[in-house]
Design a protein. Structure first.
Length: 397
């Protein structure tokens, strides 16, 4: 499994335009760490698209994991180097912290949306918020096309209400009680839907600020010949994470801890051995008891709305995967009436949204990045869609 990544890390890979864009934006972070600067910068400056980068240390680390399994990473020399580098930067990490790290198997949560079942991972991730948005949208019937201002207004309001709940309640369920049943209840969905004024942006519910902006996520979905489906997402939070990198093992550290809230007593407050509220969410759709689509939408805070927006375009308006992915997007910044709207959509519906009380502005970076595979069980076909906003493609093998 690791061999292609090992080969790329050792033999080199050409930087794509999107990666070059992200590197330029993270120059000030990367230049502070000599190890990261040596790998990702050229003479201290961001490289141009087409530049070939090599990561020999990472190649060796991946080889060690391939030979020895997870212990090669979480124990021994690699872990010792990581702990030493973090301590030198002021961290409080220990070898025991790394040795105690482990993944977990969880039961997905779900809701019904337009006659299909949508599955998400439970908290500490925000997949529950995507389901909340869908439950609210179920209470409305769209009128007109997929980009009609009235439909988008309902999506925005459903998102604002659901994200307000996220920023008050979603946290690590291993340490906090998250009211999953309440958040996915019909009663709450009815109440939130009734609070939406189709003609006006409502006052947002009181929220804790959502935290730093971030978007350094990779999403992959795979369906094999037996129709086994995988929906996989990974992230180091900000582009190039913390910018801290070990010299020998080539490990780049994430900065996901920025998602914690620095307010004592808040469910998402910092605590030992606790995971922060997480934005990255893989999704799956089932119909008739069988999976019909693994899907995901990268993009930091946008992801929960991105899931609902994407599925609404598929199931409410009959678009195909690529059409739904290519549509321009919008997103209300959590806790505000400010809405980021992509180019041509800003021109067409911006005035109507402004008249409803929203402050409309362009996004700072490309908004999200979706991928999906539709399984047609009757025809025996697979159809893929991939977002032009990021690297990647739909590929059949």
């Amino acid at each position: 499994i690791f061999q292609p990544a090992i080969a790329l890390a050792r033999e080199g890979y050409a930087i794509t335009p999107r990666v070059a864009y992200d590197l330029a934006g993270q120059h000030d972070t990367l230049v502070r760490d000599p190890n990261a600067a040596a790998i990702f910068l050229v003479d201290g400056q961001p490289p141009q698209a087409g530049t070939v980068q090599h990561q020999p240390g990472l190649a060796a680390t991946l080889e060690a994991i391939g030979r020895e399994g997870p212990d090669a990473f979480y124990r021994g020399e690699i872990a010792a180097e990581m702990v030493a580098h973090l301590k030198a930067a002021g961290g409080l990490h220990t070898l025991e912290d790394f040795a105690a790290a482990q993944g977990e198997y969880v039961k997905p949560i779900s809701t019904s949306f337009r006659g299909r079942t949508v599955y998400e991972c439970p908290p500490n991730g925000q997949g529950i918020i995507a389901l909340m948005i869908m439950k609210i949208l179920e209470r409305f019937q769209p009128k007109g096309g997929p980009l009609e201002a009235g439909n988008l207004h309902i999506e925005l309001e459903a998102t604002r209400l659901a994200y307000a709940a996220r920023d008050r309640l979603v946290a690590d369920m291993a340490q906090e009680k998250v009211p999953v049943e309440l958040l996915l209840s019909d009663g709450l969905a009815d109440k939130l839907a009734a609070a939406i004024d189709p003609a006006r942006a409502t006052e947002p519910l009181p929220v804790i600020p959502a935290g730093a902006e971030h978007s350094d996520t990779v999403y992959i979905c795979v369906v094999d010949k037996n129709r086994n489906a995988v929906s996989f997402i990974n992230s180091i939070f900000s582009p190039y994470g913390s910018g801290l990198m070990t010299r020998k093992s080539g490990v780049l550290f994430h900065n996901r801890g920025q998602s914690f809230v620095l307010k004592p007593g808040h469910p998402n407050a910092v605590a030992p051995r606790k995971r922060p509220m997480h934005t990255i969410i893989p999704g799956m759709v089932a119909e008739g008891g069988r999976v019909v689509m693994p899907f995901g939408v990268m993009g930091g805070h946008y992801q929960a709305m991105g899931h609902a927006h994407f599925l609404a375009k598929l199931f409410d308006h009959g678009l195909d995967l690529q059409e739904a992915i290519d549509l321009p997007r919008l997103f209300p910044l959590p806790g505000t009436a400010t809405v980021e709207v992509e180019g041509r959509l800003r021109e067409s519906v911006g005035p109507a949204l402004a008249a409803r009380g929203f402050k409309v502005q362009p996004p700072k970076t490309p908004m999200g990045g979706a991928q999906a595979i539709w399984i047609d069980w009757q025809k025996g076909t697979l159809t893929g869609g991939s977002d032009p906003r990021k690297d990647g493609c739909a590929l059949g093998l």
